[in-house]
Design a protein around this ligand. Structure first.
Ligand SMILES: N[C@@H](CCC(=O)N[C@@H](CS)C(=O)NCC(=O)O)C(=O)O
Length: 209
């Protein structure tokens, strides 16, 4: 098996943390996003959507998308469970993970991709070029603020994002908060619950992955 990674990018980091929590080690190949290696023929054969991460299985099957990679790894390595131990937990964790991805990570990407001078015509990751829309960067900034509020409210009564136990939703939320730093958005001082949680999850050894 091979893990197609890019150490500086937030999406593969989510899978690296997931693997570290499970104690899984997979040979890793770096994809150079700065030079556009993800758009080249060789990488497109692995992932026609031209994004990292990708898990390449021994039989040649390629799995892209963070959530799909994590689902595969959870099924192949059930311990410790990061996606729920019973139907209720599975549903609640999936719900929170979805919102951390869409309301958190995608909101940050909306700002970065529609504002950065390095992302002109790359407003959406993937094989097609899309022009930047500056209004989406402004909207994304507001969405990040709402995401921070959501996290703080949720973590006022819960130790972790999906409840009592650390889960994949904490990984997605932590990466979203760290990624927000790229566009100079940080958890406000007054968000004491989210800050308590962020310090705790950042102190786990897996956060270094
Ligand atoms: N929905 C995808 C998003 C992956 C993604 O956006 N990856 C970025 C790195 S964080 C990428 O490969 N970007 C390539 C590009 O911008 O051309 C997933 O969950 O894996």
């Amino acid at each position: 098996m091979k893990f197609h990674d890019c150490t500086t990018a937030p999406s593969p980091r989510r899978v690296r943390i997931f693997m570290a929590e499970k104690g899984i080690e997979i040979p890793t190949v770096q994809v150079d996003l700065r030079t556009g290696e993800q758009m080249g023929e060789a990488f497109r054969r692995l992932n026609p959507w031209c994004t990292v991460p990708v898990l390449e299985l021994d039989d040649g099957t390629c799995i892209s998308e963070v959530s799909a990679c994590c689902r595969y790894l959870e099924a192949a390595h059930p311990e410790p469970p990061l996606m729920g131990r019973d139907p209720r937990e599975v549903g609640v964790i999936a719900m929170w993970d979805h919102h951390c991805e869409v309301d958190g990570i995608a909101a940050v990407a909306e700002v970065l991709r529609n504002r950065s001078k390095y992302m002109v015509n790359r407003a959406i990751a993937g094989p097609h070029d899309y022009a930047q829309i500056p209004e989406l960067a402004d909207r994304g900034e507001r969405r990040i603020g709402h995401f921070f509020d959501l996290l703080n409210d949720r973590l006022a009564d819960n130790e972790f994002v999906a409840g009592d136990g650390f889960s994949v939703a904490d990984i997605s939320a932590m990466v979203a908060v760290d990624f927000a730093g790229w566009v100079k958005q940080t958890l406000p001082e007054g968000h004491v619950h989210a800050r308590r949680w962020h310090a705790a999850v950042s102190a786990r050894p897996s956060a270094q992955a």
